[in-house]
Design a protein around this ligand. Sequence first.
Ligand SMILES: C[S@@+](CC[C@H](N)C(=O)[O-])C[C@H]1O[C@@H](n2cnc3c(N)ncnc32)[C@H](O)[C@@H]1O
Length: 200
Amino acid sequence: MSAATPSEYFDAIYAQDDPFGYRERWYEARKRALLLASLPAQTFGRVWEIGCSNGELTADLATRCDSLIATDLSARAVALATERTQAHAHVDVRQARHPDTWPDGLFDLIVFSEVGYYLDADTLTRMAHRLKSSLRGDGVLVACHWLAPFAQAPQSGRDVHRLLRRELGMQRVFGYGDADVRLDGWALNAASVAQRAGLR
Ligand SMILES: C[S@@+](CC[C@H](N)C(=O)[O-])C[C@H]1O[C@@H](n2cnc3c(N)ncnc32)[C@H](O)[C@@H]1O
């Protein structure tokens, strides 16, 4: 399996403010809406978004939590996400390359969206185990990935979700899939949305 995508690739694409079209593409807006709608609680305590890019999803997640750490390996992405979320004092945007660096403490929600395929399988395997141990007892990990293989990524989105399912060893509590995208949520505690909301 080839190595993780080099930092230079991201340095180059962030010559643009919105290299993935998050602010303009309906495809991306729909996918964010799917992810946000799938979250099994209205609000969460402590949240971590991995690979926050220019902060579009970050700004939406900010409205659903008490505190949010958003990380990205690219200094330019961190600057863009910081600007995008400046109205939200509870958002802390940090430059970090994972899994080499890792935030302290436990999280109620970890969002791993469109990042996994940039990691080689060995690194993603190590990352999966650390992600699991960074969740609180009722915490949720949500992963969302584009399925079509592309040249800069050592793995496909399908590979990523297959590996996560195998290595996490957690309950899959929700999921969505179509020809383009896979979205899965895993939790240590398999309580349903209605149970979490006290309806049953
Ligand atoms: C395609 S964007 C995803 C943005 C956002 N999560 C979303 O789904 O809308 C992927 C981001 O992950 C960052 N990234 C890639 N590998 C990373 C790593 N190992 N650690 C931290 N950030 C990484 C890239 O710099 C890029 O900004």
